[in-house]
Design a protein around this ligand. Sequence first.
Ligand code: SF4
Length: 599
Amino acid sequence: MTKNGIAGQLLRVNLTTKKITNEQLPLEMFIDYLGGRGLGAFYLDKEVDPKIHGLSPENKLIFFNGPFSGTMVPGNNKINVAFKSPLTNTYSYSLCGGHFGPELKFAGYDGLIIEGKSEEPVYLWIDNDKVEIKSADKLWGQKIADTDHLIKEELNDQKIHVACIGPAGENQVNIACVTSDVFREFGRGGGGAVMGSKNLKAIAVRGSKDVEVADPEGLMELVAGLYPNFKKNPKAQIRRVEGTNELVRGINNAGFMCTKNFSEGTSEANKEFEGSLFREKVVYNDVSCYACPIACGKNSAIVSTKYGAVKLEGPEFETLGLLGTNCGLTNWEDVLHVSAICDALGLDSITAGGCVSLAMECFEKGILTLKDTNGLELSFGNGKAEAELLEMIAYKKGIGADLAEGPAYAAEKWGAPELAMHSKGMTFAVYDPRGAKGMALTYATSPKGAHHMVAPVFGGEMAAGNRFEEKGKETLVRNTQLNFAAVDSLGFCATCQNGFLRADQLKAFKLVTGYELTEEKMLFNAERIFNMERMYNVKNGFARKDDTLPKRFTEEPMAFGESKGQVVDLETLLDNYYAAMGWNNDGVPTEEKLQALGL
Ligand code: SF4
C-alpha cells in the first residue's frame, strides 16, 4: 500500500543483465522535483551522459508518475518518460495520459527505469510485486492494436494496461512513439526508437494496491468542490463536446494554422475540420483518461469508398493539423485514414505530418521527382500518397528511410534544408509562430525541439490582443514554461487546468502527501527543473546557435489572412528572454543562476 500518495518504490530493469531491482524513493524527492518530469530530468542528468547517441544501450527510458497518480485528484493521470532523443540529440521528455501511469502506481511503483539492451525481443510484465522479462518473439513485427491484444490474450487478463511500440519503433525510426492502451502516446522525441533499440516491445502492467493519502476526508471535500468548476468553465465544456479540435476555428480564422508545410496560415478548406463538424460528422462517443472530469477524448469513425471503414480514438487537434491541413488534406476520410496508419505503426503523428509535408513541398517544387518517390504523386492533398509515405517511413523504404532519420536529415540530403520546418530537429506543432510571437520563443527555446506544450502561450496572446508583439513575451513564456514544468511534473493534464487553479493544486499536494508546498517553493523547484533540462543540453554543446527557427518564419512575411505581413524578430525575443531567465547572451545559465537554484 502507498503512503501519502507515494508508493516509495522505483523499479529498475536492466535488459542486458536481466537484473530487476527495487529502490527506495522518499517523499523528499517529490517535494524537490515535484514528480514525473522533474524526476526524469534528475535521473537522466545523473545517469545518462548527454553526449551518447540516443540509440545507444547506455540510454535509458525513465518513467515517473507524479504524486497524485492513482488518487481521486481530478485530471491527474500523466506519466512522463525522459530519455536522450535520437531525433534531436537533446534531452527529451514525453507525457502520456490515459491509464498506464495510474496502473503502474497501483502495482506499487512511482517510477520505472529501463536500461541496457536485450539480445532478443522481449516484453516486461509487471504484475504487482512479480516482475518478469518475457519473450516477445510472437509480438515482434505486430502493429500496436495487435500487440495490445496478443499480450492480454497471452496473460489472460483484459484489464492489463500496455505501453508498446509498433513497427516504426522496432525499426528504430527516429520519429517513433511509445503507445499506451492503443491510442494514447508518449509522442515526441523518438522514445519508440529508443525502446526498439533495446529490443523491448512492450511494458504490460497490472496493479491492485490501494493508494493511501494523508487526509482522505479533506481530499474528498476538495475534489467535490472542484467538480462544479469544470462544469462552469467554458473551455472545459467546449472541449467536452468538440475535443481539442475546438481550436481549429480560432486558429484558422486568425491566420496561423499550419497549411501546406507552413507556406500558408489559413484556408477555406480547413473550415471542414472545425470542432462542430468533427462532432457532427465523425465522433460517435467520448473517452476519458483516469479521474478525468472533462472527457475531451473522442472516438471517431467513417466509412468511405476509398478506404472502407476506419475507426480510431482522435484525431487530436495537433494530429489533424500536421497530418491534415499541413499536408493539404481537405476531407475527414483522408485525415482519419492517415491518423489510423500512424496509430497502427507507432509513429508520432505530429512529426510524421511535418515529414510528409516537407516531402510534398519538395515534390511540388521539383526537388523530388516521381523517380525519387517510386512513382508516388506526392502533391499536397493526396491522402493516398500520404498514407503510402507513412508506411515507407515506418519500414524505412525509399525516401521514407531519409525521413525516418528526421526532417532535418532528409531535407539536407535532398538539398533543400530551408524547407524542413523544424527547430533542433523536431517539427512544429499547428501554430505558425508568425501569428503568435510568444509561440516563436516557446518553440525556439524548448529543451526538446519545437514542441508547443513546453509553453502553449497562444491562447493568452490571442486573449490579450498582442499576438504580433515581441515585447513582453519573454515574461509570458518564462512564466508559462515554469508553470508547465510544475504541472507536468505533478501529472496534471493541461486541459484540466481549466477549473483547477494553483491554490487548489497546492491544497491537493498537502492533502495527498501531508507536506505543505508553498507556491514560492513550487515555482523555485520548477525553475530548477527547467534549468536542469537546459544544462543537460548545454553539456552537449547546445547554446543560442541552436535556438533557431526556419527562415520561412523569420524572413518570409505571411502572404495572406489575419496574420498577413508578419515575420518573427527572433533575435530580439532571445535577447530579452535570456535576460529574463538569468542566462548569458549565449543562452547559457550563469554561475549565479545555477548557484541560486542549488545546481
Ligand atoms: S481532459 Fe482529455 S486529456 Fe485531459 S484528462 Fe480528460 S480526457 Fe485526458
